[in-house]
Design a binder for this molecule. Structure first.
Ligand code: NAD
Length: 454
């Protein structure tokens, strides 16, 4: 059965592809397994050189990849270019890793004790549709640098850049079968990868629901997993903050990528004494957002990924939802939805508790620092968040008290190639990016060498 890939901005078929099943998945794992011994044996400088060449090859096709991603995921072309730039940077960053996978020597009696970071083998990478190639690169970079071979399963809705990636990897000189892309349904291809005895580890990004299922299936074989899951992050604005800056930055911290972002600061917590002023400032910024054709360089927000996603997100605007601010959206074909701000909202309301994954923000008033921390932490998630205040000591106190993996102070920017990314609580297990990701793609080995002259 073939897979029809739809362009969200036009609702037209963008591509029609063959879908893999269990048999094709097993074949991809077998290829990756066969390629592993020689890939792990590539010398560290040579592996580093191949990753640098891969980065160069991706950079030379950046514009084509960005256009493909923009059309397939419905994301603004400017965002798509930024994401492809991050893909290139990710491989450049991890090109430094093969020669820096250092071990320890540990003082012991009678000999020398040393540690090594060994590759795991075949790693399955299962990714979502919101940042298709960027999230793949976060996994591919450290996995390949550490000497693993991979099977990459893109989301059914957005497989196109992953397919191009496989081609570019071979063009750049990576040996055949080090990277294997399998396009097919999560329930079939994904589940088979998680259960497969020859897959050593699963690196997953997606919903908490599917992540929980993957952890359960992986447990049967004590398979390693890293999980990057959902979020419901708080953007905490204290009354002493630069309110104009905070209000100007808040909309795109929820509505970027049409709100389909695990890091979305979808709960805006505003100190009650500054509530009216903040809302007045926020209104102008939300109404000015440019929602429209992803291929127009002026566009800030594109359509949602699918009709199903729009229906699910729209349900939060029904039943007398307190829509305080509404942006605009085009008419006609495409899965459009105008950004909306619900305010004031209680943290116990459904819209404040569930990950909406669309362009809807909730504004929740709070009284004081303790109240802000309590509300920020009153969620099953713990992925990202922001703190806006001019009081430096308070910023750090609150940052330490919020149970979340990635925070920013007087900024909503929390994803960088060189710094760790990942969640507390039901937002996940493990970290991606930065130096820490490598720990999750290697196994620590301890070797003792007796040196006493008997
Ligand atoms: P999803 O969980 O439905 O699917 C993600 C991937 O898992 C897809 O490739 C899918 O085919 C596959 N899959 C589905 N069922 C499977 C199964 N039973 N076994 C194995 N694989 C299976 O998520 P989605 O709808 O594509 O993406 C949206 C979700 O992803 C949101 O919850 C969002 O918060 C989360 N997300 C998290 C991060 C992060 O880094 N924390 C980043 C982006 C998205």
């Amino acid at each position: 059965m073939s897979l029809e890939v739809i362009e969200p901005a036009t609702e037209q078929v963008l591509a029609s592809l063959p879908q893999a099943g269990v048999e094709e998945t097993d074949a991809a794992v077998a290829r990756a397994k066969a390629a592993f011994p020689s890939w792990r044996a590539v010398s560290p400088p040579d592996r580093a050189m191949l990753l640098r060449r891969l980065a160069d090859a991706l950079e030379s096709e950046l514009e084509t990849l960005a256009l493909l991603e923009a059309r397939n995921a419905g994301k603004p072309i400017g965002d798509a270019r930024g994401e492809m730039g991050m893909v290139v940077d990710t491989f450049r960053y991890y090109a430094g890793a093969p020669e820096r996978l250092l071990g320890d020597t540990i003082p012991v009696a009678g000999g020398i004790d040393m540690t090594f970071r060994e590759p795991l083998g075949v790693v399955a990478l299962i990714v979502p549709w919101n940042f298709p190639l960027a999230i793949s690169a976060w996994k591919l970079g450290p996995a390949l640098a550490a000497g693993n071979t991979v099977v990459l399963k893109p989301a059914e809705l957005t497989p196109l850049t992953a397919i191009e990636f496989e081609r570019i990897a071979v063009t750049a000189g990576l040996p055949e079968d080090v990277v294997n892309v399998v396009v097919g349904p999560g329930r079939v291809v994904g589940e088979r990868l998680v259960a497969h005895p020859d897959v050593a580890k699963v690196a997953f990004t997606g919903s908490t629901e599917v992540g929980s299922r993957i952890a359960a299936v992986a447990a049967a074989s004590i398979k390693r997993v890293t999980l990057e899951l959902g979020g419901k992050s708080a953007n905490v604005v204290f009354a002493d903050a630069d309110l104009e800056r905070a209000a100007a930055a808040a909309p795109m911290s929820v509505f970027a990528n049409a709100g389909q972002d695990c890091c979305a600061r979808s709960r805006i917590l505003v100190q009650r004494s500054a509530y009216d002023e903040f809302m007045a400032l926020l209104t102008g910024h939300v109404e000015a957002l440019r929602v429209g054709d992803p291929l127009d360089p002026e566009t800030e927000i594109g359509p949602l990924i699918s009709a199903g996603q729009r229906a699910s997100v729209s349900s939060y605007l029904e039943d007398g939802a307190p829509v305080a601010i509404r942006g605009n959206a085009p008419d006609g074909p495409g899965y459009w939805l105008a950004p909306a701000v619900l305010a004031p909202i209680s943290n116990s309301d459904r819209a404040a508790r569930e990950e909406i994954f669309g362009p809807i923000a909730c504004v929740i008033p709070f009284e004081d620092e303790a109240d802000a921390i309590a509300i920020a932490n009153d969620t099953v998630y713990g992925l990202s968040g922001s703190i806006w205040t001019r009081d430096g000591a308070r910023a750090l106190r609150v940052a330490r008290a919020i149970d979340t993996g990635v925070l920013s102070i007087n900024s909503n920017n929390s994803v960088r190639v060189s710094t760790p990314f990942g969640g507390f609580k039901q937002s996940g297990i493990g970290r991606e990016l930065g130096p820490h990701a490598l720990e999750h793609y290697t196994e620590l080995k301890n070797v003792y060498y007796a040196t006493e002259d008997s």
